[in-house]
Design a protein around this ligand. Structure first.
Ligand SMILES: NCc1[nH]cc(CCC(=O)O)c1CC(=O)O
Length: 311
């Protein structure tokens, strides 16, 4: 590979606080791996950023696209050659990526758990019957209603700081957020944060109690298929363990033909080359999930086995 190829690259990212932190982490990793690389950043507004007026699960419908409300505009910029690497929260990337593009790699993963954020300390167990919990993810809503049918789950939109403000202001007794996003924005699970003058408390939910989304906590890189320069850059910063795990999680979701709005919880662990996967698939109308567990050496085969063994 010639020096030429690595001269400069353009990173594409959404403009939310979390997206900018993730873009900065990507740029840091690239500069460490390729000290002479010149990196520039292009911030792109997506459909999902624009339509905070409707429920997340409705945005695609309202906008007349089938999926990818946080990724479509980044792909258009990739296609046009305006950016070379699109940085995504992998959780938001549809499981089937168009033939023109590929997910070439991921950074090492942040924590994968969901967190109950509330004004009162004590977590899920101390939430009284009838408490109002906000979330926009159907996976979180169905799972919470199954674990705690006595709670009232209502929709909540906006980026992470906006959602924290809404719980601080008292519009909700609690909300559910990904630990990854919270810690990347500087919150610590071990102590409350002060949000607009009000303390909010964090209670992480163990992944085998409250199953995370496929790809949760992972930052993924999408490039033009066949762009060797971009592929080489991503190969220089990829975390192979994370990439193996998230490929299996996304393959399972693909087999279910689910997207970001499907009520599926799944988590993986990789130990001594053995991948273990646990899943819960909730019925659309709510209630008891189908469950499955599988393990083995080949990630895509384990995902298939998991799918085939759904009880
Ligand atoms: N769709 C929103 C979104 N996409 C990625 C994250 C957090 C980071 C991650 O899970 O990787 C969030 C916010 C949340 O779920 O709390």
């Amino acid at each position: 590979m010639s020096e030429e190829v690595f001269q400069k690259t353009v990173i594409g990212t959404r403009g939310s606080d979390l997206a900018l932190v993730q873009a900065a982490a990507t740029e840091r990793a690239l500069s460490l791996a390729f000290p002479d690389l010149r990196i520039t950043r292009q911030v792109i507004r997506t459909t999902g950023d624009r339509r905070t007026d409707v429920a997340l699960a409705q945005v695609a419908k309202v906008e007349g696209t089938d999926k990818g409300i946080f990724t479509k505009e980044l792909e258009e910029a990739l296609r046009a050659g305006e950016i070379d690497i699109a940085v995504h929260s992998l959780k938001d990337v549809p499981t089937v990526v168009s033939d023109e593009f590929e997910i070439a790699g991921v950074l090492s993963r942040a924590p994968i758990r969901d967190v109950l954020v509330s004004r009162q300390p004590g977590g899920l167990d101390i939430l009284p019957a009838g408490a109002v919990v906000g979330t926009s993810a159907v996976r979180r809503a169905r799972q919470l209603q199954w674990l705690r049918p006595d709670l009232k789950v209502i929709d909540l939109r906006g980026n992470v700081p906006t959602r924290l403000r809404k719980v601080a202001e008292g519009a909700y007794d609690a909300i559910l957020l990904a630990e990854a996003g919270l810690v990347r924005l500087g919150h610590r699970m071990s102590r409350p944060s002060v949000v607009f003058g009000t303390e909010v408390h964090f209670a992480p939910l163990a992944e085998d109690v409250f199953y995370p989304a496929a790809g949760q906590g992972a930052i993924g890189f999408e490039i033009r298929k066949g762009d060797k320069a971009a592929a080489a850059l991503v190969a220089g910063i990829v975390d192979v363990v994370t990439f193996t795990r998230v490929r299996a999680e996304r393959e399972f979701l693909r087999l279910l033909e689910g997207g970001c709005s499907t009520p599926v919880g799944v988590f993986t662990s990789l130990e001594y080359d053995v991948l273990t996967m646990d899943a819960r698939v909730f019925p659309d109308e709510g209630g008891t999930p189908r469950v499955a567990k599988a393990s083995g050496g080949d990630p895509l085969k384990v995902a298939r086995e998991l799918y085939d063994s759904l009880a």
